[in-house]
Design a protein around this ligand. Structure first.
Ligand code: FDA
Length: 307
């Protein structure tokens, strides 16, 4: 019940100001977002890679309000790519981007987001890696898929995310599987109406399995984005049934969540990619993590009261 309330708060400016200013917030935020700038994050990348993990890097931010902020987001990613270059990790460290941060919701936002994201994809390709387009709320997805298709003409490895809770996703998955794309499948983290998305957890899980089967049976590269032990086991079984080798799909989890499981899967020989977010505009990302697990909110509230 708490999840939808927290997701609604994630879009509120008043809550943003209140929570961002709370004295203990940073301590709790650090669990999920291990750094404010690129200097903080490079050692984290080194550590994770040293433990046999792969990474997808997110400079946090969304809902920007000016083209200058969109250009700043692009530049932050370009700086990140620059700093990753000497580490020579290739595809072991890729980028995840939210098109809203690149200007998608502004005037002529579709063109602006494409214009800003392209140099990041080019820079990533120059250091031997790639970019995945995150999925945001359902109103943004036609534009995201069109940008994905456009980028794939020159950079076929560009990936995208699909969300099992949306009714549209089974059809999107068939199209992407047929076109041989890299696709991360997640349950979905936004507050969506019943007209477009399943609301029941079990229905979402069942859709996840159907969609994952489509991806595994297709020509693309499935990326299983989930911490759910049942779905991880089913993912392994579906990969086996589709006769995929260990390097023909991967698991992905968020930094700070089920860390032991990251290491266990990597030790078993799986590709395990950790979604690692950093930056100062962490509010939306952090609130979605609270909404996914009410126990996080209790921990947050308790640390505020005991301060
Ligand atoms: P579920 O929520 O059922 O969690 C399973 C178990 O994992 C829980 O019981 C708990 O133990 C643990 N867990 C999950 N979330 C936790 C949390 N926040 N804190 C502590 N423990 C937690 N969404 C989206 O809409 N667009 C996107 O682009 C992405 N991108 C993305 C990338 C990657 C790599 C991942 C793993 C997830 C996303 N998501 C996302 C988020 C996704 O939609 C979903 O909200 C979360 O992954 C939680 O769903 P699970 O599949 O983990 O299952």
């Amino acid at each position: 019940m708490l999840g939808p309330v927290i997701l609604a708060a994630s879009r509120s400016d008043r809550m943003r100001r209140l929570i961002s200013a709370a004295p203990v917030t940073k301590q709790v935020v650090d669990r999920f977002i291990p750094g404010e700038d690129v200097d903080d994050i490079v050692p984290v990348v080194r550590d994770l890679a040293g433990n046999g993990l792969e990474l997808t890097m997110d400079v946090v931010g969304e809902d920007i309000t000016s083209p200058a902020q969109a250009a700043a987001a692009r530049d932050a990613y370009l700086e990140l790519v620059d700093r990753l270059k000497p580490l020579e990790l290739g595809t072991r460290a890729e980028m995840s981007v939210k098109l809203s941060m690149f200007g998608q919701a502004l005037e002529d936002g579709h063109e602006l987001a494409l214009k800003n994201v392209r140099p990041v994809v080019e820079a990533a390709a120059e250091i031997g890696t790639t970019v995945t387009l995150d999925a945001e709320d359902h109103t943004t997805l036609d534009s995201m898929f069109a940008i994905h298709e456009e980028l794939r003409k020159d950079f076929p490895q560009t990936g995208c995310v699909i969300q099992a809770y949306l009714f549209r996703t089974e059809a999107d998955a068939r199209r992407l599987a047929e076109s041989g794309s890299r696709v991360r499948l997640v349950k979905g983290a936004y507050k969506e109406p019943a007209s477009v998305a399943y609301q029941d957890k079990h229905e979402i899980d069942r859709a996840y399995v159907r969609i994952l089967r489509t991806l595994m049976d297709g020509k693309g590269y499935p990326m299983i984005g989930s911490h759910d032990p049942r779905l991880i086991a089913i993912g392994q079984e579906l990969a086996h049934q589709a006769r995929r080798e260990l390097d023909e799909y991967e698991f992905q989890m968020l930094y700070g969540i089920r860390t032991d499981e990251h290491l266990r899967l990597a030790a078993e020989g799986h590709r395990m990619r950790v979604y690692t977010a950093y930056g100062t505009d962490w509010y939306g990302y952090f609130m979605r993590r609270l909404a996914e697990k009410p126990a996080n909110l209790r921990f947050f509230a308790r640390s505020m009261l005991t301060k």
